[in-house]
Design a protein around this ligand. Structure first.
Ligand code: FAD
Ligand code: NAD
Length: 529
């Protein structure tokens, strides 16, 4: 496209310019990427191989297409369909001899500009890898909130192995429950599948489990169907709290119709080998429920590496992630960047740059700020239309409260208004679509030379929400978009398949997914019991 051509010309220009001004610049700068997930694949694909050397380090030598995990859990798609060998991907998309190191990064030394890695084979010594620029994209892990028994007895759904192990456990439970010697109560326990968390992961898993039980395992074991139960526990008052009320209602109806047991306002406070304890948040009352499988999908927490780096770089304990500025730079360290679930954007504060803001705004009033927001949003994403609505009732109420303490039109009053805007900034959600957008943005910053020259002339990063799709199993899909919401029906179903087909990282994945769909349509699921 025209934009791409312009980008290449611009890149070649700074590259020549930089090369001629730096005597030490004999080799290309070495970019080191930690991780092989969503942010990694889009960074690799968009970084210019003519300008940088690239090394990727990850304990996983493949990329996982996470939206398909609930479908692996239910045997709808095969493992190969949602994975892509990262080395092959790098060779295809970053042709200039990229290097992959199959190891786990355990530390970063920002002074020495190197990372320490542990090989996956225990007993082998640690080693270090130098970098000029480091990009951290190590994702997150499932949060257990330190709940007793979760690590020992619950199942997760963050990685391919999790989905495979949980699927096998479901099948094993059916086999065990079919033994004639078993008591009915033990049969009922084995066939009770309980999902913890009513966010997108929990809801998608519950939907898939429900379809797997009723339409597929039910055909293999019709005599066991009266004993089968699927439950979901949500601490809040509705499923999919980040989507619209109408979508939550639709999911509630679908689950009611498929006899899914739903618990609201309750948390699972302990998981035992054959049961779990439910605690009502309001009253503190507890009840113990027998079950054969607990699937834990209660949100995210940082990885061990991020915990270590947070301590090292004095990032507050309370933050779930590494803090980066609006250009995705780690605060205080100019040559380290972070992407995806492992970071949280905290943009430079307007209230700490009052003089600069006033220069652009003219007068210290809310009206002037609103008029100048487009120009200022280039550097301060908190002023972007998607982040700040000055007509919002809550914001207007806070502004009118300010009038009691400060005189309108004064600098003091203006600073307080800026503080409200700063405070209202909501960082991007930890989703694949945001990780992808951030990765493409950062690769462009690299290609344009901004990271080398330190001159950040491009606009600050601000994600664009393009919509959310969640599959409830079978052909039921819900969709929320910036323009309209559709729950159920053929349109979101085809959209889900179309969007993900486009998002797959290779043609092989697309073909494989297409064949999985065909196989399912004509021959039902391939269940080896
Ligand atoms: P990841 O994709 O998790 O990748 C992290 C990488 O870092 C991995 O390769 C890991 O092995 C590696 N790593 C970890 N520790 C280290 C270390 N110490 N050293 C080196 N490498 C390391 N989002 C959507 O937008 N749409 C969806 O439909 C959707 N569906 C989802 C379904 C499920 C079941 C789940 C769990 C998530 C889903 N998400 C979805 C969220 C999405 O998967 C994440 O937001 C996305 O994976 C984040 O990308 P990332 O690159 O930050 O991390
Ligand atoms: P989440 O944080 O979105 O939801 C977790 C839910 O679990 C919350 O509603 C919380 O109230 C509940 N919870 C926490 N502890 C509990 C307990 N002990 N007992 C009962 N309920 C408990 O987490 P997620 O669903 O894993 O999603 C993580 C991220 O991945 C989100 O950003 C999400 O948008 C994204 N994601 C997106 C999709 C999609 O777009 N289709 C699918 C999966 C995940």
């Amino acid at each position: 496209s025209k934009d791409d051509k312009f980008g290449i010309i611009k890149s070649a220009f700074w590259h020549r310019k930089f090369a001629s001004t730096s005597s030490s610049y004999s080799k290309k700068p070495k970019v080191l990427f930690l991780g092989s997930g969503w942010s990694s694949v889009f960074f690799i694909k968009n970084l210019n191989p003519k300008l940088f050397d690239l090394t990727v380090i990850s304990p996983r030598n493949y990329f996982t297409f996470t939206p398909l995990l609930p479908k692996i859990l239910s045997g709808t798609v095969e493992t190969n369909t949602s994975t892509e060998p990262i080395i092959e991907y790098m060779r295809r998309n970053f042709r200039n001899n990229p290097q992959f190191i199959h190891a786990k990064c355990v530390d970063v030394d920002s002074d020495a500009k190197s990372v320490t890695c542990d090989p996956l084979d225990s007993g082998e010594p640690s080693f270090s890898v130098p970098y000029d620029f480091l990009v951290i994209g190590v994702g997150a892990q499932t949060n257990t909130f330190g709940t007793k028994g979760v690590e020992e007895y619950a199942y997760f759904l963050k990685e391919i192995e999790h989905a495979e192990v949980a699927f096998q456990k479901i099948v094993d439970n059916f086999r065990a429950a079919s033994m004639p010697s078993l008591s009915d109560s033990e049969r009922r326990r084995l066939l009770h599948f309980l999902v913890v968390g009513g966010g997108p992961t929990g809801v998608e898993c519950t939907g898939e489990l429900s379809v797997l039980m009723s339409r597929h395992l039910g055909k293999c074991y019709p005599e066991l169907m009266p004993f089968v139960k699927v439950s979901i526990v949500e601490a809040g008052q509705r499923l999919l709290p980040s989507l619209s009320q109408s979508t939550s209602k639709f999911v509630l109806n679908v689950f009611n119709k498929s006899n899914v047991n739903m618990y609201f306002g309750k948390v699972v406070s302990e998981v035992k080998q054959k049961s779990c304890v439910l605690k009502e948040i309001k009253t503190g009352n507890t009840e113990e429920i027998e079950c054969g499988l607990v699937l834990w999908a209660s949100g995210l927490k940082e990885t061990d590496l991020v915990t270590k780096l947070k301590r090292k770089w004095n990032i507050p304990e309370s933050s779930r992630a590494l803090l980066v500025d609006q250009y995705l730079r780690l605060q205080g360290l100019d040559n380290i960047f972070c992407l995806g679930d492992c970071c949280k954007i905290t943009p430079t504060k307007l209230s700490e740059n009052v003089e600069l803001v006033l220069e652009k705004v003219g007068s210290p009033t809310l009206e002037a700020l609103v008029n100048a927001r487009k120009t200022l949003a280039k550097d301060f994403p908190q002023l972007n239309d998607s982040k700040w609505n000055h007509k919002d009732e809550k914001f207007q109420k806070s502004v009118s409260e300010l009038k009691e303490k400060f005189t309108e039109g004064t600098k003091e009053h203006f600073v307080e208004v800026l503080k409200l805007v700063d405070h209202g900034y909501c960082p991007p959600f930890p989703t694949a679509q945001n990780a992808k957008q951030a990765a493409i943005y950062l690769s462009r910053l690299f290609n344009s030379g901004a990271v080398l020259t330190g001159r950040y002339v491009d606009s600050a990063f601000c994600e664009k929400w393009k919509g959310t799709l969640a599959s409830l199993g079978g052909m039921k899909v819900v969709m929320n978009s910036p323009y309209f919401n559709v729950n159920g029906g053929l349109f979101p179903f085809f959209l889900w398949n179309g969007v993900y087909m486009l998002m797959f990282s290779s043609f092989k994945m697309r073909l494989s997914f297409f064949f999985d769909l065909l196989k399912n349509f004509f021959f039902s699921r391939h269940l080896i019991l």
